[in-house]
Write a protein that binds this ligand. Sequence first.
Ligand code: TTP
Length: 203
Amino acid sequence: MAPARIEAGPLRLVLASSSPRRRDLLARLGLVPDRIASPDIDETPLKGELPRAYARRLAVEKARAVAHAPDHAPDEVVIAGDTSVALGRRVLPPADTVELQREMLRAISGRRQMCISSVCVIDTAGRERVKQVETLVIFKSLTDQEIEAYIASGEGLGKAGGYAIQGRAEALIRRLSGSHSGVIGLPLYETRALLRAASYPLD
Ligand SMILES: Cc1cn([C@H]2C[C@H](O)[C@@H](COP(=O)(O)OP(=O)(O)OP(=O)(O)O)O2)c(=O)[nH]c1=O
C-alpha cells in the first residue's frame, strides 16, 4: 500500500509590525494577516552604520524577533519591514518632538533624500529573504510658513523624517522616484515577490 501523503495545510501569515500602515498595504495585496505581532527590538543605529545597512538589519531583526518567539507556529510565514529616511549618510529619526520635526523639515527642504524600505520574509523552513527599495524624495524649498503649517497639521509627528507622504506632505513633494508604497512602509512589488518566493499563495 502506498504511504499516505501528508498534505501541507494552508500557510498562516504573521505581520511582524505594529504599524497600521503596513496592515493597510497588505490589504492592497488582498491579504489579511492571521496574526499581528509587535517586534520588540532596539532600533538604535550601530556606530557608523549607514542607512541601507541599518534599514536592512532592522527589517531582518523585526522578522526574526517574531519568527523565533515561543508562540511562533510551524505553519507561519512572517513578514516585517523597515522604512528609514536618509539624508546623505545620516538616518533621520522619528520626529518625537515638534522641535525635532521642525529641524528635520528645514534640513530636507529642497534637498535630495532617500527613503529606504526593507522587507524581510521568513518562510516555514526558516529561510530569510530580504528586498530593499530606495525612493528618491525631493521636497520643494519650504518656506517657514509652509513648515509651520505642516507641523500644525500634526501629521508628521512620530514619523521618520518628520513627514508622512500619505497625507498632505505629498503636495509639497516636487519629485518622487521609486516606490510610493515603500515610503509609507511596505513596497508592494517587492513584498508580493518575497511572499511568492516563500510559497505564500498570492495571485
Ligand atoms: C517617510 C515616511 C515615514 N512614515 C512612517 C512609517 C513609520 O512610522 C515610520 C518608519 O518606522 P518603522 O520602524 O519602519 O515602522 P514602525 O515603527 O511604525 O512600525 P514597526 O517597527 O512595528 O514595524 O515612518 C510614513 O508613514 N510615511 C512617510 O512618508
